[in-house]
Design a protein around this ligand. Structure first.
Ligand SMILES: NC(=O)c1ccc[n+]([C@@H]2O[C@H](COP(=O)([O-])OP(=O)(O)OC[C@H]3O[C@@H](n4cnc5c(N)ncnc54)[C@H](O)[C@@H]3O)[C@@H](O)[C@H]2O)c1
Length: 278
């Protein structure tokens, strides 16, 4: 094997099957397309079936293999049905990306909504979506990995996983729980099932998508809010992320190049988490 072919083989994942939850969202769509461009068959899960199908159709139009599924990641029965459907269409799942997540206005403090008056239903929903959704999908799609003694799970964490951001206590705690669970599951899978099952997380910095637009930009002026300006001032690379910025890290984590890497959280944040502010 030539050096060049060896180097390429480290990143070869062609022919594998991936499931990406939240694959119709701002970040998930780019990750789904990145996996498809690497030759992976991709099942996109979203709670909005038509949005999942739209991303799948985009991939198919470019010559890839994909399937769009409508399913709520906190509903175990719906996940089991999705699992059957995906496996029948695309074969056994090799890769799971737990991307479904987000925050809600009712779980966010503001001048009009104090911590003491946060909406309990919104708090529960944010925690369930970000943490329980990740855990439940790992149960449903990780079982076949345990049986086949191989596979990769990549959870989508957040800067909140490392240190909490102001105003969003449920989302912060849920994303911290996601990194804790990433480490737990990495150890569990390696010890109980196979060292060839790896579990890692990506902690994106700040990317403008539907879930945070109301926090980072002013709906009327279109400019940044004070919070958006503070984020930029604390990002050494001086810009918000673009969804495609996540693709290289994802492809590395699920490829043989990362075969001895498990239980880590990789910040993709333009330096935000490294900067003390001074
Ligand atoms: N945008 C950012 O700056 C940022 C930063 C750090 C982490 N994240 C995380 O990245 C992931 C993607 O976020 P995004 O910015 O693309 O958000 P987004 O709102 O654009 O996309 C969220 C996706 O999750 C799906 N989803 C939501 N609830 C669901 C449910 N109950 N069941 C199934 N699917 C559901 C939506 O359909 C959508 O596909 C989330 O986990 C988010 O917390 C985002």
């Amino acid at each position: 094997m030539s050096d060049e072919i060896y180097a390429q083989s480290l990143f070869t994942i062609k022919g594998q099957t991936a499931v990406i939850t939240g694959g119709s969202g701002g970040l998930g769509r780019a990750m789904a397309q990145g996996l498809a461009q690497a030759g992976v068959k991709v099942a996109i899960i979203s709670q909005h079936e038509e949005k999942a199908r739209r991303v799948a159709d985009e991939i198919i139009a470019r010559g890839g293999e994909a399937l769009g599924i409508g399913c709520d990641v906190v509903e175990q029965d719906a996940l089991l049905t999705a699992y059957e459907h995906i496996t029948a269409a695309l074969g056994p799942v090799d890769i799971l990306v737990n991307g479904a997540g987000g925050n809600q206005a009712g779980a966010t403090t503001s001048p009009d909504l104090s911590f003491f008056d946060l909406d309990n239903a919104a708090i529960d929903r944010v925690f369930a979506l970000n943490f329980s959704g990740t855990l439940k999908c790992s149960q449903v799609f990780g079982r076949v990995m345990a049986e086949r003694k191989q596979g990769c799970i990549v959870n989508i964490a957040s800067m909140n996983s490392l240190r909490p951001l102001t105003r969003i206590p449920a989302y912060s705690a849920a994303k911290a729980a996601v990194t804790n669970f990433t480490q737990w599951l990495a150890v569990h899978m390696a010890q109980e099932y196979s060292p060839q099952i790896r579990v890692n997380a990506i902690a994106p910095g700040f990317f403008l998508t539907d879930q945070n637009r109301f926090l980072l930009t002013d709906a009327q002026s279109g400019g940044y809010t004070a919070r958006g300006e503070t984020i930029l001032a604390h990002t050494p690379m001086q810009r918000l992320g673009e969804a495609e910025d996540l693709v290289g890290t994802l492809l590395w984590l699920v490829s043989p190049a990362a075969r001895f890497v498990t239980g880590i959280v990789v910040p993709v944040d333009g330096g935000f988490s490294a900067f003390s502010g001074v």
